[in-house]
Design a binder for this molecule. Sequence first.
Ligand code: NAD
Ligand code: TYD
Length: 349
Amino acid sequence: MKTLLVTGGAGFIGSNFVRRMLAEHPECEIVNVDALTYAGNLENLLDVDSARYHFERADIRDRERVEAIFDKYEPDTVVNFAAESHVDRSITEPELFLTTNILGTQVLLDAAKRRWKLYPDDKYSREFKAGVRYLQVSTDEVYGALGKTGLFTESTPLAPNSPYSASKASADMMVRAYHSTYGMPVNITRCSNNYGPYQFPEKLIPLMINNCLNDKPLPVYGDGMQIRDWLHVADHCAAIDAVLTRGEAGEVYNIGGNNEMANIDIVKLILRALGKSEDLIVYVQDRPGHDRRYAIDNTKITSLLGWSPAYTFEGGMKETIAWYLDNRAWMEHIVSGAYMEYCRSMYSL
Ligand code: NAD
Ligand code: TYD
């Protein structure tokens, strides 16, 4: 890995990944391509100060811009985090999810193919430059919902239920097709729900922490008994790094920490940690099409690539809650919209 192009690096997982890769790969240049949507926040990267880090504000759907960025930096590795990522928003605005998550992925695949194919004019050639790799960051949500038992393996059929997960599944199919048709060296990772620092407060854990701190109601969807398999964001980033360095081209890897929790138990854990009353909980109307349970079988990545999670949920949540307490200005800038002003002032948006 000489030049790593990360898309969506100003978001939650992408910013944690940029930080990790700068620290773990001192030989590597990193180009962060991000459109700075509402979810992109340059304050997530304020502490990143390295001559090896480059930021390009660009939309992955903009073919001309993306090709120009590939020509400028000549990346050998691409990790695509850029996406519309919130299920609730996908229910009200599905089209945006289709254009960013599917068409944006295809633009990136094309730009990589254009630079990486050894004989670009030969339609039948499947030879790519040595050492190149495209990694698509996907989600366990593409597999749909589980009943009370069972786990998602890499061969579980895709059965997405929300416009978000349907768009992610479609993008996965395009990545698979570029491997099958053109021979492009790709990987797809499918991770379970992440938590940790810099998560946008529309997602369960930071939203509940923020509401708790402000004595606002905690909206629990339905009966609160939906189950997610929570993983600390640093463990997700380490798993992607393991796939980039040791993964086999063309393979899918599930990522999860064997940590199933019901939403209501997480909400109560946060209330206890912050010394607040359960009276703040408000049960609200359920999300339409709400998946009941997700759980990952991580045997493939643990046994073949030697990755395993470093965090326990208890330790990870303690550290995460402490982070949000220590970084209240970060949260306040999001709630007030001031982070957008910062991005505008940095890049004259
Ligand atoms: P996020 O919403 O915090 O960040 C998304 C980033 O992508 C933002 O910085 C945004 O500005 C950028 N972006 C959006 N549209 C863009 C476009 N058209 N062009 C360029 N940049 C654009 O999301 P996240 O939670 O960090 O998730 C990152 C990736 O990981 C997503 O692909 C998501 O599907 C996947 N994922 C997330 C989780 C999770 O629990 N958060 C779990 C599994 C997989
Ligand atoms: P979320 O963080 O949106 O992630 P995802 O939908 O991708 O799993 O939600 C996690 C779970 O928490 C999900 O079952 C929906 C639920 N939830 C609530 O009960 N209340 C909320 O306010 C939010 C945002 C989520």
